[in-house]
Design a protein around this ligand. Structure first.
Ligand code: NYM
Length: 209
């Protein structure tokens, strides 16, 4: 009769500085959820596969120059173009683990000097995450992990500014883009998270114990 009996999936976002460990923690979380028998997918923003994503990618690798406002709106457009597919996946019971989302959009652009409220505006109306996991690492520690790939933004001084803007968003508990922000200290090895979702209690540890 077309009525789905499956619970809606959870939208879980991982945020943090470059080299904060989002990619490896996303994979751990995916294995954990799949191990419990849940349907889950790993997503990331920017999604470099779309035509907007290709413009972003060429900007990040310094192959093209764009005005700061223009690239900000492209990052946002890249989330908007994925909104309906995200919605479909969640409705059909698949959880999405997303590496970067609106917090990255606002923190990185504000760190360049754009007005923070201007930066937030195009994010309004996107799907709000059920959980935002912020991987908190000192910018100096992240830089020591090495392998800043040489893309735009991958410089210690700039990452310090981004960290300050992430802090502002957390202090203001930016509700538009996350009901719950869970802060994991990746340089201090903490990370037990409990998430009650669709009546199921997920309890997981992100970092190796
Ligand atoms: N970034 C990412 C932004 O500036 N705004 C955004 O909205 C998003 C999603 O892109 N340094 C920045 C953060 C990263 C860079 O991300 C590329 P990644 O996770 O390295 O592919």
């Amino acid at each position: 009769n077309g009525v789905s009996t499956e619970a809606r999936g959870a939208l879980i976002v991982l945020e943090g500085l470059d080299r904060s460990g989002k990619t490896s923690q996303s994979s751990r979380l995916l294995s954990y959820l799949e191990g419990l028998g849940h349907s889950a997918e790993l997503w990331r923003f920017p999604d470099r596969t779309t035509s907007v994503g290709k413009m972003i990618s060429s900007y990040l690798s310094n192959e093209s120059q764009l005005d700061d406002h223009t690239i900000h709106l492209l990052f946002s457009a890249n989330r908007w173009e994925k909104k309906s597919l995200m919605e479909e996946k969640l409705k059909s019971g698949t959880s999405l683990i997303v590496d970067r989302y609106s917090y990255s959009g606002v923190a990185f652009s504000s760190a360049k000097g754009l007005d923070i409220d201007w930066c937030k505006a195009p994010e309004i109306g996107l799907l709000a995450p059920d959980l935002v996991i912020y991987l908190n690492i000192l910018p100096e520690k992240a830089a020591e992990r090495g392998g800043y790939g040489g893309e735009r933004y991958e410089k210690l001084e700039f990452q310090k500014k981004v960290a300050a803007y992430y802090q502002i968003l957390r202090d203001a508990s930016w509700k538009v883009m996350g009901k719950d922000i869970y802060i994991v200290h990746t340089d201090r090895q903490e990370g037990n998270i409990s998430l009650l979702f669709s009546g199921v209690l997920f309890s997981f540890s992100l970092l190796p114990s």
